[in-house]
Ligand binder design. Structure first.
Ligand code: MOS
Length: 744
């Protein structure tokens, strides 16, 4: 039987990234690179306390400094109209920029200096002096657990993953023959995409605004800004043509964007504001420091009896941030008794944000490490333990899976990594000075689609332009859409251009939650189908054999339109265009979620296998091999999918071994807010990797047969590393990152 799954060797024949050349040649312009006439530069001034009020703000020296055009603070802000509206729920709102003298976290923007050059703005910002009435700040999660609260969201959504939940009996693990009860800690992590968050704000008229902005959703940013500044949404244009990574940090409007818009209003000129690498640590969200308590109980033959799982994550003082830490626990394994509790702890920090595979990655770290611990107590192989508890349907929603090839993922991955080399007893394999171990863990993320429209302009010269507002933060959305259209129509990919990242283009969701391919891909299929229907209508005026043409059987073949049901009905495209009297055809196609959600439970899956070597004297961990297998339905763009999976594994290795944003609780300030001090993996830290895709169609989510990929690639990587380190050393590290000091 032909091999269906895709591995590293299958990638060469796939289409390459359509914007790859523009990116490596420097021709792709990111927000901060755009130049406008009369452009001015804004630099933020930050608070130096964590809680209190500003008692005085001396901006005179800054105002008199060379090149400085204006200094804005709470004393002279033009104001954000939305802040004045009634019924504003302060707890649920973003930080109100320059609204009053209150300070909620160290690093909060308290003023902005606008100058004719970046350097003069930076110098001006250094001259602003604030004095404060300082109050005690709270920044430590673990010493403030007594402040843990049920999020308001839980009350609004009682069935959601942040509400207290019981299936069967609470605490049932206590009755089981074999038990694991542990605490796991995930520190705060910063997204740190290569591209700094940047914005150019330009008021084209008193009620008309254009933004060049790093965002994951051009239309969502336009909608949010139009609300804040009380403008008609069509008067706010947002361009995000190229985005150099985001991982969730650009899923919402942040204070610096509001500041840039206020500044442009005040100086009546376009304003560019680029965050510094330092500011990236606390101005645009982060994965929140989270403590989890997990208890598992199983019978001696490995069948799970009960799981209890609690999560405590930090949030800011002014806004509730929640995420789905407990989702996987509720649906992953076939277990009759589950109880979960989700709490947030408000602290003097900025608001967190989803960060790749958001709460699910955090949750999988605890659950999948606990499963590994259980496997040792039971003396059952960890892959076997997962197979014993495999859920044949979704035990949470009590619904059939739309598709679930987890067993295939375990089988393929185990074979590729050489799982049979793993020794069941930890700390027993030695290679010179290195201890050797293998680990496995599972990831899952919900698969979704929402509504989108794609517009097509098909020209007589055979070129096809497709447009949608969707952003591409790096996964290669334009490439995948080009692949879908090329396959559907029969047009070579070189003839297709997919433009995106523009709020004036047809409707699209944010690029977040792994839904772009499912959503915009469906609209791309729809527009291709509509185009073929229109072409067939024109053809029917010329020849018989086109009246009941089935769109799936119609293809463009070179210079002709062909119908595979009526091969003699072939017509030339040139004749169709001359017949219509037009040089181009403009057509739209839309797709939206159907009722599939009520029939099936949709998830993508990943299984990660890691071989880790740990140096016995220094505690250094070297990942020697990584094999990840993903069930994301059909892979439509193998090369970019492989890159996504590679990025997920690298991110997961960083999460496991290096990443930790550290706040000094004495000052409330992040102390490692730079790439020198915040460690992420570099090439030398990354091993040989094997990226595999099951590549089996999901019949129920969309016409491509695809699920989602962006998040599931990182979910489960960190616990696989932690489990491999345990297998190598016999040391169980439950507090990420697994730095050498924890292993010696
Ligand atoms: Mo993703 S965390 O939805 O950018």
């Amino acid at each position: 039987m032909a091999k269906k799954y895709l591995d590293n060797a299958d990638m060469a024949r796939a289409i390459s990234r359509v914007d790859g050349r523009a990116k490596v040649m420097g021709a792709a312009k990111y927000a901060a690179e755009v130049q406008l006439p009369d452009l001015t530069y804004a630099v933020l001034v930050e608070s130096s306390i964590g809680q209190g009020t500003i008692t005085s703000l001396d901006t005179k020296k800054a105002e008199w400094a060379p090149g400085v055009i204006s200094v804005i603070s709470h004393l002279n802000t033009p104001g954000v109209p939305e802040y004045k509206l009634e019924n504003q729920d302060v707890i649920q709102k973003q930080l109100r920029v320059f609204d009053d003298a209150n300070i909620y976290f160290n690093g909060q923007p308290i003023a902005v200096v606008i100058a004719d050059t970046l350097e003069r703005a930076q110098y001006g910002a250094s001259l602003v002096k604030a004095t404060y009435k300082k109050e005690n700040h709270l920044t430590n999660l673990e010493s403030n657990l007594s402040r843990a609260a049920v999020p308001k969201k839980a009350k609004a959504d009682p069935k959601g993953f942040t509400s207290d939940f019981i299936r069967g009996k609470a605490g049932a693990y206590k009755d089981a023959a074999v038990q694991v009860e542990e605490e796991y800690i995930q520190p705060s992590e910063v997204h740190h995409p290569m591209e700094l968050h940047s914005i150019i704000a330009n008021w084209e008229a008193a009620d008309k605004l254009t933004l060049v902005d790093k965002t994951q959703g051009s239309q969502q940013t336009a909608a949010s800004i139009s609300k804040s500044f009380q403008l008609p949404v069509e008067n706010v244009k947002v361009l995000a043509t190229y985005v150099g990574g985001a991982f969730g940090s650009a899923l919402r409007v942040w204070p610096h964007e509001i500041v840039a818009i206020l500044a442009a209003k005040k100086v009546q000129k376009p304003v560019k504001l680029v965050l510094s690498r330092n500011q990236m640590s606390y101005m645009v969200g982060y994965r929140p420091h989270t403590l989890q308590k997990v208890a598992l109980g199983a019978s001696k033959d490995g069948k799970l009896v009960g799981i209890s799982h609690e999560s405590y994550g930090k949030t800011s003082m002014y806004e509730e941030f929640t995420e789905n830490v407990l989702q996987m626990t509720r649906m992953m394994y076939d277990v009759p008794n589950i109880d979960t509790k989700y709490r947030i702890v408000p602290l003097n920090v900025s608001t967190p944000a989803p960060m790749r595979g958001p709460g699910e990655a955090t949750g999988s770290f605890a659950l999948e490490c606990a499963m590994d611990e259980l496997s040792y107590k039971l003396n059952i192989d960890p892959v076997e333990l997962r197979l014993i508890n495999y859920a044949a349907e979704d035990p949470d929603k009590k619904m059939a899976w739309s598709s679930n090839y987890l067993k295939e993922c375990y089988r393929l991955g185990a074979e590729k990594i050489g799982w049979n080399k793993r020794k069941a007893e930890a700390g027993t394999v030695q290679d010179g000075e290195w201890k050797v171990g293998y680990g496995v863990a599972t990831g899952t993320f919900g698969a979704f689609r929402s509504a989108a429209t794609v517009k097509a302009t098909y020209k007589a010269d055979g070129s096809l332009l497709l447009q949608s507002a969707i952003a591409d933060i790096g996964p290669g959305t334009a490439t995948a859409m080009t692949a879908i259209a090329a396959e559907n129509l029969g047009i070579p990919p070189e003839k297709i251009v997919f433009q995106l990242g523009n709020s004036t283009f047809p409707k699209a969701p944010m690029q977040g939650g792994s839904n772009s391919l499912a959503t915009v891909g469906s609209a791309t299929v729809a527009v291709c189908t509509n185009l073929k229907v229109e072409l067939a209508k024109l053809a029917a005026q010329q020849k018989s054999g086109w009246n009941n043409a089935v769109p799936d059987h119609v293809k463009i073949s070179g210079a002709d339109l062909v119908n595979s049901d009526e091969t003699s009905a072939k017509v030339s495209l040139a004749s169709l265009f001359s017949q219509s009297g037009q040089l181009e055809m403009v057509i739209s196609g839309s797709a939206a979620q159907g009722d599939e959600k009520n029939k099936y439970s949709f998830y993508s899956y990943s299984v990660h296998f890691i071989e880790a070597h740990v140096h016995e004297l220094t505690g250094v961990v070297r990942i020697k091999n990584a094999v990840s297998v993903v069930d994301c339905g059909t892979v439509v763009s193998p090369k970019t999918a492989r890159s996504q999976l590679m990025g997920g594994i690298v991110g997961g290795i960083g999460m496991a071994l290096m990443e930790e944003a550290v706040i000094d609780d004495r000052t409330g300030r992040t102390v490692n807010a730079s790439f020198g001090d915040y460690h992420v993996p570099v090439n030398a830290d990354i091993p040989q990797m094997e990226m595999l895709f099951v590549n089996e169609r999901d019949e129920h989510l969309n016409p491509m047969g695809s699920k989602g990929l962006g998040e599931v690639v990182i979910i489960g990587v960190a616990p696989a590393v932690a489990n491999a380190v345990y297998n190598a050393t016999g040391i169980r590290v439950r507090h990420l990152p697994i730095t050498p000091d924890k292993l010696i």
